[in-house]
Design a protein around this ligand. Structure first.
Ligand code: ZN
Length: 297
């Protein structure tokens, strides 16, 4: 068996392709070509700033048979927790709704506390807005101890259009409250975005609890690749939570990283070398992602 056999029909639901405000390693046209060559079915276009459904629609015309997925990420550039933006994205065919990422209060708090030597591009952008006297707000889901009214509105839209709710860079308390509310409202498709990310760090017990509520844990190649977690810890988390409750994504597209499909091949090789079966890989890269973006919930 070739490792590429495992990629037939697979998805990578978290890819940062261009065109984008941030510099990217490749654009959508190149990405789709690479995935088609590998036999993959599709990928999720994640822009931190703009809705990507129109890009996905054009690609799907150019590559019939592929299923490129458009999305929205609820940072300030779309108005933050903006129900109208979510509904318009849904009407345009977007399938994934990421909660705030760089603009999440949780991420900002963690970022300020960790004081990295080299500022990432997105942080420079935020600083630039600050310098101009129009700082970007940070976004938190709570109003006191309750989820904000807009959050419920957004969850109802997600449920109405059968979209995938993904947790972005929210903090632990927000993730738990959000997923509980989502369950009550009838949201069927939930992804906990890289639960092992430094600003999130859900324990294995917490991941299992959320998995029991129907959420998939999304393990991203970049998290251990960029030393934000160890590979051993990733294997342990996936093993303990179970491949049935996990999906694999690259989270690549940064100029210095490998191509997303190359990263996924390294990811799969590492998993195969560390106790996971080809069946486990297919579950996490084909079956689970397909159930999120192809089937009705
Ligand atoms: Zn990402």
């Amino acid at each position: 068996m070739e490792i590429t056999d495992l990629f037939q029909g697979a998805y990578d639901l978290h890819v940062h392709t261009g065109p984008d405000v941030l510099p990217r390693k490749l654009d959508d046209l190149e990405m789709a070509k690479r995935l088609q060559r590998l036999g993959m079915k599709g990928y999720g276009i994640k822009s931190h700033y703009f809705v990507t459904s129109a890009r996905a629609k054009l690609l799907n015309q150019v590559y019939p048979g592929m299923n490129v997925i458009g999305a929205i990420c609820l940072n300030n550039s779309v108005g933050g927790l903006n129900p109208i933006a979510v509904e318009m994205a849904a009407l345009d065919g977007a399938k994934i709704v990421w909660m705030p990422t760089f603009d999440a209060e949780n991420e900002q708090q963690h970022f300020r506390a960790s004081k990295p030597e080299k500022l990432p591009h997105w942080a420079k952008l935020r600083q630039e807005f600050e310098r101009q006297g129009s700082p970007m707000p940070t976004i938190n889901l709570f109003n006191g101890r309750e989820l904000k009214h807009e959050v419920y509105k957004i969850l109802r839209i997600i449920s109405k259009y059968d979209l995938v709710l993904a947790t972005g860079h929210l903090g632990k308390d927000e993730i738990f409250a959000l997923i509980e509310a989502a369950g009550k409202i009838g949201v069927k498709k939930i992804v906990v975005t890289h639960p092992n990310f430094p600003s999130i760090r859900l324990s294995i017990a917490e991941q299992r609890e959320l998995a029991q509520r129907g959420a998939y844990m999304e393990h991203c190649f970049t998290t251990p690749h960029s030393n934000k977690d160890t590979w051993e810890s990733v294997y342990e988390q996936i093993h303990s939570v179970g491949p049935n409750h996990c999906i694999l994504s690259s989270d690549l597209g940064q100029p210095a990283g490998p191509y997303p499909d190359e990263g996924m091949q390294i990811f799969v090789r590492n998993l195969l070398d560390n106790g996971f079966s080809t069946g486990d890989i297919r579950t996490m890269m084909v079956d689970n992602p397909s159930s999120l973006v192809e089937k009705e919930g």
